[in-house]
Design a protein around this ligand. Structure first.
Ligand code: CMC
Length: 432
C-alpha cells in the first residue's frame, strides 16, 4: 500500500500522500491541503519545500554527494568536458562521438554575436559590473535572434546559441571594459580554449593555448554546471513558469547568481582573503568576527543550505589550486591564507556545531586568478558554467504537465480593515 502521512488540524484528520524519489527521498504531497483544511504551509526560504520532480541532478547534503543524470561529479570532473556535460544535462544522456562533434561544430558556428550588440557595451559606464551587462545582453538576445526557436534532433539550437554566445559576450565585456580590442572566436579551438583565447590574446603577445589550463577550465565549468533547485535555478523556473521566453528566464538566473550569498561568493571570498592580507588581520580574528552575531561579517565560501559536510565540488577545486598554480609557476599567498582559515574554522566549535564547511566558492577564486581571470569576472565564470543547468531545468519545467505558474501564498501580518482618512484630517509628522 502506498505510504501516507496523517495531519490533524482542529481535530480533523487529513490523509496526505507521500511521494518517493528514485534515491529514497520522501515528500508529503500537500497539494490538496488548502482546499481541504484552509491552511497553507509556512517555509521561508523553501528549505523544506520540494517545488518540482526532477530527473536532472541528485544531491545528498549529509553525505556530500552530487550527480548529474546519475553520474558522480568526481567522474565527470576526471573524464568529461564541459560541452559533453552540458549535452548530458540538457538531453539526459551522454552523446555519441558523432553527436558531440556536431554539437561542437554548432557551438563554433554560433559563436559570433550580432555587431549591433557591441553598441550595448559602448554605452555602459566603464566600471559597470560584467554580471549586470551579461544579464542585459542575454535578455537582449530575444530581440536580436527572434528566429531561434526551431528544434533539431538532439539539442535545441536555441540552447546551443545561448551556450555559445554567452562565452563570446563575456569575453567581449571584459575586453571592452579594459579598453582592449575585441578578439573574435576561432573555429579551430574548442569551447574552453576559445574562451581563454578571446580573453587573453593580444597582438603583442599572442595567447598560447595550454592543454592543462584548458582542462582546468573544463573542470571548473563542469563543477558549476548544475546544482538542482538553488536560488538562481529556482529564479529561472519561477520566471519561466509564466511562459516568458528562455532568454528572459536565463537573464533572471544571472541576476540571482550575482548576489554574494550565491554565485557572487567567489568574488567575495577573494576580497575577504585580500582584506585579511592587507589589514594584517589574524585568522583567529577573522573567525571570531564571523561568529559574532553583532558583526555582519560572514566567512565567505563557507556553509551551504544543502551540504552539511564538505562540498564535493570544493574537494576537487582545492586539488585544482595546486595543479593550476604549479602549471603557471606561481605561488598565491591567498591560498596559504585560505588553507589556514579552513584549518582553524573546521576545528572551531561554532563551525562544527553548525556543520559549516568550505563550499565550491572557497577555492574557486584561487583557480580563476591563476587562469588570469580578473576578480569582477569570477561570477560571470560561474554563470557560463551554470548555463547548461538553467537550460536543462527550464526545459524540464516548461515541458512538465504537472507544473503550474509559480504563485506562492503568504501569511498576511499587516493592518486589518482600516478606513481611508482624508489628508486634512490626518495627524502625525510630515514626511518629505
Ligand atoms: N559564516 C558564519 N556563520 C555562518 C555562515 C558563514 N559563512 N554560514 C552560515 N552561518 C551561520 C548562520 O549565522 C546561522 O547561525 P544561527 O543558526 O546561529 O543563526 C547558521 O550558520 C545557519 O546559517 P543560515 O544562514 O541560516 O543558512 P542558510 O542555509 O540560510 O544559508 C548560505 C546558506 C550559503 C547562504 C550561508 O551559509 C552563507 O551565507 N555562506 C556564505 C556565503 C557563501 O559562501 N555562499 C556560497 C554558497 S555555495 C555556492 C552556490 O551554490 O551559490
Amino acid at each position: 500500500m502506498a505510504e501516507t502521512a496523517t495531519l490533524i488540524i482542529d481535530g480533523k484528520e487529513i490523509i496526505l500522500p507521500v511521494i518517493e524519489g528514485s534515491e529514497g527521498e520522501k515528500a508529503i504531497d500537500i497539494r490538496g491541503l488548502r482546499q481541504n483544511t484552509g491552511c497553507i504551509t509556512f517555509d521561508p526560504g523553501y528549505g523544506n519545500t520540494g517545488a518540482c520532480r526532477s530527473r536532472i541532478t541528485f544531491m545528498n547534503g549529509e553525505q556530500g554527494v552530487l550527480r548529474y543524470r546519475g553520474i558522480p561529479i568526481e567522474q565527470l570532473a576526471e573524464h568529461s568536458t564541459f560541452v559533453e556535460t552540458a549535452f548530458l544535462l540538457i538531453t539526459g544522456k551522454l552523446p555519441t562521438r558523432e553527436e558531440l562533434t556536431r554539437t561542437s561544430v554548432y557551438l563554433n558556428d554560433f559563436s559570433p554575436i550580432h555587431e549591433n550588440m557591441r553598441l550595448f557595451y559602448r554605452n555602459y559606464p566603464p566600471k559597470a559590473h560584467p554580471m549586470g551587462i551579461l544579464s542585459a545582453m542575454v535578455n537582449a538576445m530575444r530581440s536580436f535572434y527572434p528566429e531561434l526557436m526551431e528544434l533539431d534532433e538532439e539539442m535545441n539550437r536555441t540552447y546551443l546559441q545561448i551556450i555559445s554566445k554567452i562565452r563570446t559576450m563575456a569575453a567581449m565585456a571584459y575586453r571592452i571594459s579594459t579598453g582592449q580590442r575585441v578578439v573574435y572566436p576561432r573555429p579551430d579551438l574548442c569551447y574552453c580554449a576559445n574562451f581563454l583565447n578571446m580573453m587573453f590574446d593580444s597582438e603583442v603577445v599572442p595567447y598560447r593555448v595550454d592543454d592543462d589550463l584548458v582542462r582546468a577550465l573544463n573542470v571548473f565549468w563542469i563543477l558549476h554546471a548544475d546544482h538542482e533547485q538553488n536560488c538562481s535555478t529556482t529564479a529561472v523556473r519561477v520566471v519561466g513558469s509564466s511562459k516568458v521566453n528562455i532568454y528572459a528566464a536565463i537573464s533572471t538566473g544571472i541576476s540571482a547568481l550575482w548576489g554574494p550569498l550565491h554565485g557572487g561568493a567567489n568574488q567575495a571570498v577573494i576580497q575577504m582573503l585580500e582584506q585579511i592580507q592587507r589589514d594584517g588581520m589574524t585568522i583567529e580574528q577573522c573567525v571570531a568576527r564571523a561568529k559574532d552575531k553583532a558583526d555582519d561579517f560572514r566567512l565567505m565560501g563557507f556553509g551551504h543550505r544543502v551540504y552539511k559536510t564538505y562540498d564535493p565540488r570544493a574537494k576537487i577545486m582545492k586539488k585544482m589550486c595546486d595543479i593550476v598554480l604549479s602549471k603557471v609557476k606561481r605561488e598565491d599567498p591567498l591560498l596559504d591564507i585560505a588553507r589556514k582559515l579552513e584549518e582553524v574554522a573546521l576545528e572551531d566549535t561554532y563551525f562544527k556545531e553548525k556543520n559549516l564547511y568550505p563550499n565550491v566558492d572557497f577555492y574557486s577564486g584561487i583557480v580563476l586568478r591563476a587562469l588570469g581571470i580578473p576578480t569582477d569576472m569570477f561570477t560571470v565564470m560561474f554563470a557560463i558554467g551554470r548555463l547548461p543547468g538553467w537550460i536543462a531545468q527550464w526545459k524540464e519545467d516548461t515541458s512538465d504537465p504537472e507544473m503550474k505558474i509559480s504563485r506562492p501564498r503568504q501569511i498576511y501580518t499587516g493592518e486589518t480593515l482600516s478606513d481611508y482618512i482624508p489628508i486634512d484630517q490626518r495627524s502625525g509628522e510630515t514626511i518629505c
